[in-house]
Design a protein around this ligand. Structure first.
Ligand code: ADP
Length: 293
């Protein structure tokens, strides 16, 4: 496996406002990477640097080249292109012509179930359709490395599902994909590598399993007539909430906590155990930061 992206000690400021303090990470080819962080964390700024749209003296390598110089990169940013008199096929052909090894626009439209829109003018499309055509524009270049900034904003549930299915297909075709998203649950299902950007640094870089191990919490919920104080004192219980007869425990070691629950099992109903979602881990990391501040 080769490194598609290498970022070493990247710093970036808009004037006096420092957005990236020291960003270090590498991405291997064929991986789907989820870049997450709060609003304003610097995700779009980082993507723009990787694309060569913002200049930096720091050490950044994209497919072995300086950012902005490789022809095998494509990107989808927030906001869609609006050229009133151009139809879908024309714009896709125009984009394809910029790449050395493009795909046939018609084939991309068919793959995305958008063939019906081929002759439609861009200004006649709905917001959701336009978003999907923007995605088609990203694919038509057949680039090896694809950057997607908040790609599913404005898509309905079905379109979003289709979108993530297509990301999986791209991955199977060996593409490397870096995605920023607010839909953390979706990234959780798709990403091989998760990068969490916080305070101008990569706070976490690894797989979902590693993230869960590092910030491991298991949610154990049940209903019981027993006192909550019994459960608050069990091993590895990080927090406990009570809503009527329902108790929800967050444990830093789910297996160990479960074992200590065994003597009470007969008194528990609707026992449910789930691993922490990316969403809740992300909140934990963010809250940790706030407490430290
Ligand atoms: P994210 O994509 O994570 O929401 P951005 O990269 O868009 O974050 O922005 C990071 C920070 O940089 C924010 O505080 C934002 O206001 C600021 N910023 C973004 N673009 C500019 C710009 N062109 N000039 C000055 N500040 C900017």
């Amino acid at each position: 496996m080769t490194n598609t992206i290498k970022v070493n000690k990247l710093k970036f400021s808009y004037g006096k406002k420092q957005v990236l303090r020291e960003v270090n990470f590498e991405v291997q080819s064929g991986k789907v990477v989820g870049l997450i962080g709060e609003n304003g964390a610097g995700k779009t700024t980082l993507l723009k640097i990787l694309l060569g749209l913002l200049k930096t003296n720091s050490n950044v390598s994209i497919l072995g080249h300086r950012p902005g110089t490789s022809q095998s990169v494509s990107s989808m940013f927030q906001g869609d292109l609006k050229l009133p008199s151009v139809n879908v096929l024309e714009i896709l052909s125009e984009v394809a012509a910029q790449y050395p090894n493009p795909r046939k626009p018609q084939a991309v439209l068919e793959e995305l179930n958008l063939a019906d829109l081929a002759r439609q003018r861009l200004n006649g499309l709905s917001g959701g359709q336009l978003r999907r055509i923007t995605f088609a524009m990203t694919l038509v270049g057949n680039a090896d490395l694809i950057f997607l900034d908040e790609p599913t904003v404005g898509m309905d549930v079905n379109a979003r599902q289709d979108f993530w299915d297509n990301v999986s297909k791209l991955k199977n075709a060996g593409k490397t994909i870096l995605i920023t998203s607010h839909y953390l649950e979706e990234i959780q299902q798709t990403a091989d590598q998760i990068l969490i950007l916080k305070d101008g640094k990569i706070e976490f870089d690894g797989t979902l399993n590693e993230l869960q191990r590092r910030y491991l919490t298991t949610k154990i919920s049940f209903e019981t007539k027993l006192s909550k104080t019994i459960f608050a004192e069990l091993k590895h219980v990080q927090s406990l909430k009570q809503m009527g007869e329902k108790i929800v425990i967050n444990s830093t070691n789910g297996d160990a906590t479960l074992q200590t629950l065994v003597p009470y099992l007969k008194e528990l109903q609707h026992l449910n155990i789930t691993d922490a979602s990316l969403e809740s881990i992300f909140q934990t990391i963010t809250q940790k930061g706030e407490n430290n501040a």
